[in-house]
Write a protein that binds this ligand. Sequence first.
Ligand code: CA2
Length: 151
Amino acid sequence: MTERRLLLVNGPNLNLLGTREPEVYGTATLADVVQIATDAAASRGFVVRAVQSNHEGVLIDAIHAAREDCAGIVINPGGLTHTSVVLRDALAGVALSVAEVHISDVGKREEFRHFSYVADVAIVHVVGEGVAGYAKAVTLLVDALTGHAEG
Ligand code: CA2
């Protein structure tokens, strides 16, 4: 592993965090999410580069660029989780370790949220733990990258 950097990817509509649907997504903002992930990474000597976009191609370009200088990717693909073969192909194509995180418990919501195109290209899955789940995803991914044993 050459770089101690993670790419944090947040997909469509996650820029709205903290503005609507607090009963589903809580009251934290996207800026709070970036800080939570950054703090969790820093405690293990990693830095975070964060991207959020409502445009699939922007996310894919950021994932491709991560090949150059990132050790892994933490991603909440938003609704693209359930629809996007191209996002999945991008993640598989860069061959970096991936952590998938969802704020809500998608398995207990509508049927269409139960399937994830990303799930089987990710080595870490954190679902339904609110925005704290981003810290857990970062920690589990860094542990996997650095060979830290589960305990
Ligand atoms: O639970 C999650 O993190 C999701 O990835 C969030 C997506 C949803 O489509 C997935 O099924 C589960 C939606 C993100 C939209 O976030 C909003 C936040 C506040 C207000 C409106 C949308």
